[in-house]
Design a protein around this ligand. Structure first.
Ligand SMILES: C[S@@+](CC[C@H](N)C(=O)[O-])C[C@H]1O[C@@H](n2cnc3c(N)ncnc32)[C@H](O)[C@@H]1O
Length: 197
């Protein structure tokens, strides 16, 4: 089974698992890490079922715009239902080969995507390419690295071996991709990286 099929297959349960008021509130607090501003053009890479749509749209306001990208059609289908009346574009695509022009975005958000990337170096280069100068990549996980690695270890194929890299490894990938600076929090309970293009 491909990862795209796997994620399409779990799309309904993923959405259900994350749609309780408690989960939404937790996400709302966590979303402060995204440093969104009114007017931002944002790429939500590996957007899943679109749980960030209301939060991002509210933060960027009517002058901003949001592109939801995922390679699992099942996830995008659920997301589309959440975007009625909002300024959101949906794109079926792979984070390793983004279908966007250079310098298209102010922010790229990758929430719970990094462990699933087969070629992290290639994806980081793509994120760097589509960001404007001084644009910001935010890589974020609401679980810490060790907890997330344990969770994946208990999951089925094809995500069983998906892992979050330790801080020096991610810092190296970001530098090689051309990001000019990065800040990484890798602690129990959260994993967040900010990288400036
Ligand atoms: C763990 S889910 C997180 C979804 C969403 N960001 C969230 O936090 O609710 C990972 C998502 O990344 C997508 N994904 C994984 N690898 C991808 C890739 N190479 N390109 C695009 N999407 C990818 C999956 O289809 C899935 O929807």
């Amino acid at each position: 089974m491909t990862k795209s099929d796997f994620f399409s297959g779990i799309s309904a349960s993923w959405d259900e698992q994350h749609s309780s008021p408690e989960e939404q509130e937790k996400l709302r607090r966590f979303a402060g890490h995204f440093r969104l501003r009114p007017g931002d053009r944002v790429l939500d890479a590996g957007c899943g079922s679109g749980r960030l749509i209301p939060l991002i749209c509210e933060a960027v306001g009517p002058q901003g715009s949001l592109v939801e990208l995922d390679f699992a059609p099942g996830m995008l289908e659920i997301g589309r239902k959440k975007a009625r009346g909002l300024r959101v574009t949906f794109v079926a695509g792979d984070a390793h080969d983004l279908p966007f022009a250079n310098g298209d975005f102010d922010k790229v958000i990758a929430l719970a995507l990094l462990p699933h990337l087969d070629d992290r170096g290639a994806a980081m280069k793509e994120f760097r390419r589509v960001l404007k100068p001084n644009g910001l990549l935010v890589i974020a996980h609401q679980l810490g690295r060790e907890a997330l690695d344990r969770l994946h270890n208990e999951s089925s194929e094809p995500v069983r071996r998906d892992r979050l890299p330790e801080k020096p490894v991610l810092a190296g990938l970001l530098a090689t991709a051309g990001f000019i600076s990065c800040e990484i929090i890798d602690e129990p309970g959260q994993y967040v990286a900010w990288a400036l293009a």
